[in-house]
Design a protein around this ligand. Structure first.
Ligand code: FES
Length: 145
């Protein structure tokens, strides 16, 4: 599919109530999701928690860092399908990424990677993005101390 066709598809998806196959895959098979049991023993270098003012849902993200690169990223949410899919895809995007590059990821980058999200669900993609930023800030704050 060429760039224009992808843009048109995203625009079409944004104006509909339908989820792309990529969104469905990440929702039904979330990547890097952490269970409560796993979370108890997970040694993170940074943790971020955010809540959405739009819907009240909550996102928690854990990162492990080595040589300024994210070497692992885990998450949990009390959120909707779009939040799950957005954060799942985000977690796959950031593993192996330098912190400075991970900080530049935008909700639009996440939506693009998902092949689009319905307009009314755009705010759900912001949760993972903000939780990641908080986790990075947490890591950087610990490094300074
Ligand atoms: Fe709350 Fe999607 S409706 S994160």
């Amino acid at each position: 599919m060429n760039k224009q066709k992808i843009k048109n598809k995203i625009k079409e998806t944004n104006n509909s109530w339908f989820y792309t196959d990529i969104v469905k895959d990440h929702f039904f098979n979330p990547k890097n999701f952490l269970t409560d049991k796993e979370a108890k023993n997970y040694k993170a270098d940074g943790v971020g928690i955010v809540g959405s003012s739009a819907c009240g849902d909550v996102m928690k993200m854990w990162i492990r860092v080595k040589n300024n690169k994210i070497i692992d990223c885990k998450w949990q949410t009390f959120g909707c399908a779009s939040a799950l899919a957005s954060t799942s895809v985000l977690s796959t995007m950031v593993i192996g990424m330098k912190l400075e590059d991970a900080k530049k990821i935008t909700p639009q980058d996440i939506i693009k990677k998902l092949g689009g999200l319905p307009q009314i669900k755009i705010h759900c993609s912001v949760l993972g993005d903000q939780a990641l930023r908080k986790a990075i800030e947490d890591y950087e704050g610990k490094k300074v101390k």
